[in-house]
Design a protein around this ligand. Structure first.
Ligand SMILES: [Zn+2]
Length: 569
């Protein structure tokens, strides 16, 4: 147990108590920036998390496999992801100058593998998963295991013949995820999510609510609507339908003088992509939002990407990048931008801008249908439960994402020839895919983050490194040690506590051992003192977050029964 008395330096941007505690309590050690060694205590906790995941994945017919960590770039070039998020990948070249990467994720690899075996729809469904290391070249690794550059993930992939079957796989995984997080015993929230560059259209995130989280969720206390801010929608007090009835003359007023929700903010950003011949495609977007609101760049990027694909200006399956956002009044947007391939996106919280745009030299712009192009904020009104004009304002919470499910459709299977033959057509039908992740090391850290108090970590019994720690009150009392050893053997012999007991036989004082046991966060501490010799009684301490331990004097003969009862609560 390499505990450390050092205070772990935390800066304001790295204020995760969990990281300091996991280091102090001997669960992890940093090797270099964002890269960690997992110590025995940490590994036991991780193995318990993995055991729960294994059981639930296998219960829905998913088989475990292990894919390589060193990946060829070939399949990544075929799906267009090699050029997409290059900055986040760890690239390397072998001595023949071949491009390789350290696995950031495995969609390409598994699709290629299944594609090489798949011939007929009769082989489907296929559900495969693995638990292993992944690599992302995070620019700013932070908060220890919460955002590292090397981390452990569970990733599962489903392959089905039809969309309906793929959706039923998605539902089965959803049920398994609920079971996993319930068994671990932590409160979690499920949020609708944007699928970002993963493709597909159905996506959910699993979060632990935590002030150190990097995600912002918007939730409605009335109907339970929960969504990541990148996807959340709400409406402003003045609803879009009212704005549509605004007289047209209104838009002739000098720009920038509209009041309150009628005021507008113009942002523009350059976009870049690739056409069929891999040549660069560039242009500009102007995004109009209510004054003071932030543009949802991801949403604009997705909409524009789809539009350009439908017009065959960029390759199917490839995406565009939006670079930088500049705020301007509409009249000061440079002429060269107005003359470029310009796309205007109107947020549905602003007025129609037809006349204004024409007057301002935007005649050639493509004006896209109004949509929710602003980031939703706390105080916007819930769209899911408005009735009779009444609606609940959304509130926002910070959260740590620990799981994610995606319906992928045929994005990867079509690009990597993973399909099956049907009698009526010569072309293969691509398989319908889903992918489903759980961040195992991140889950470890976020549970510590969610459960700690000022004495240390308070592990749920499901994943505590050991359920019971035996602490003799005196270091040098031979008779006491004999009794403690007997209790250890007695508890070890029970099925539910086998290999789940630890004896603190370090040469140290009783007080410091108790402090360490509370820091590490064992659910039960069995104190073996004089009463164990004279009266056959053990003092059992139960660790409770933010409160004094619950202390019970338990007769030796009833110890297993008593712990079992408490474990099953
Ligand atoms: Zn609601």
């Amino acid at each position: 147990m390499p505990l450390t008395k050092d205070t772990i330096a935390t800066t304001s941007s790295d204020a995760a108590a969990s990281h300091a505690l996991l280091v102090k309590a001997g669960f992890v050690r940093q090797s270099s920036s964002g890269i960690f060694g997992i110590l025995p205590m940490g590994l036991r906790t991780i193995e318990k998390i993995e055991h729960i995941i294994d059981e639930e994945m296998q219960a829905i017919g998913s088989q475990k496999l292990s894919l390589p960590l060193l990946l060829s770039s070939e399949s990544w070039k075929k799906t267009g992801r090699w050029s997409g998020a290059q900055g986040e990948f760890f690239h390397l070249k072998d001595r023949k100058d071949t491009d390789l990467l350290l696995a950031p994720t495995h969609e390409e690899e598994i699709t290629q593998l299944v594609g090489s075996e798949l011939r007929s729809a009769k082989q489907l469904p296929i559900r495969l998963y693995q638990i292993g290391r992944k690599y992302r070249d995070e620019l700013r690794p932070r908060a220890g295991l919460l955002r590292g550059r090397e981390f452990i993930m569970k990733d599962m992939y489903s392959f089905d013949a039809t969309v309906e079957e793929a959706y039923s796989a998605y539902d089965a995984v959803t049920a398994a995820y609920y079971a996993i997080f319930r068994r671990i015993g932590i409160p979690f929230v499920v949020a609708e999510a944007d699928s970002g560059n993963m493709g597909g259209s159905k996506s959910h995130e699993y979060h632990l609510v935590s002030s150190v989280g990097e995600d912002t969720l918007l939730t409605c206390t009335c109907c339970g609507y929960t969504a990541n801010e990148e996807l959340a929608t709400g409406h402003l007090k003045t609803s879009p339908s009212l704005l549509e009835n605004t007289p047209v003359e209104h838009t002739h007023e000098p720009l920038g003088t509209y009041e309150a929700t009628h005021a507008m903010e113009f942002s523009y950003a350059k976009y870049t992509g690739q056409n069929q011949n891999n040549e660069a495609v560039t242009g500009y977007t102007v995004i109009v939002t209510p004054k003071g609101r932030t543009v949802n760049l991801l949403k604009v990027q997705t909409s524009l990407g789809r539009h350009l694909q439908s017009k065959e200006k960029i390759q199917d399956g490839s995406s565009i990048e939006l670079n930088g956002v500049h705020h301007k009044t509409i009249l000061s947007i440079p002429e060269e931008i107005k003359k470029s391939d310009l796309h205007v996106f109107l947020d549905n919280g602003v007025m129609p801008l037809k006349y204004t745009l024409a007057q301002s030299g935007f005649e050639n712009a493509t004006v896209h249908a109004a949509d929710h192009y602003r980031i939703a904020e706390a105080g916007d009104f819930c769209n899911s439960c408005h009735e009779d004009g009444k609606s609940t304002p959304l509130s926002s919470v910070k959260a740590i994402e620990v799981g994610h499910t995606f319906y992928l459709g045929t994005k990867y299977s079509a690009a990597l020839d993973c399909g099956f033959k049907v009698p009526s057509q010569p072309e293969k039908v691509p398989a319908q895919m889903g992918c489903y992740g759980i961040g195992v090391t991140r889950l470890l850290a976020s549970v510590a983050e969610a459960t700690h108090d000022d004495r240390g970590i308070v592990w749920p019994t499901s994943i505590a490194p050991y359920s019971v720690c035996i602490v003799p009150t005196h270091d040098k009392n031979v008779e006491l040690h004999k009794v403690a050893d007997k209790i250890y053997d007695q508890l070890e012999a029970t099925r539910f506590l086998e290999k789940d007991i630890i004896m603190d036989d370090r040469k140290a004082g009783f007080g410091s051992k108790m402090k360490d046991a509370e820091l590490i966060g064992y659910p039960f501490i069995a104190v073996v003192g004089q009463k164990a010799i004279s009266n056959q009684i053990v003092e059992l301490h139960e660790r409770v977050k933010g409160e004094k331990n619950i202390v019970t004097e338990v007769p030796l003969g009833e110890l297993e029964k008593w712990i079992q009862q408490r474990l099953s609560v």
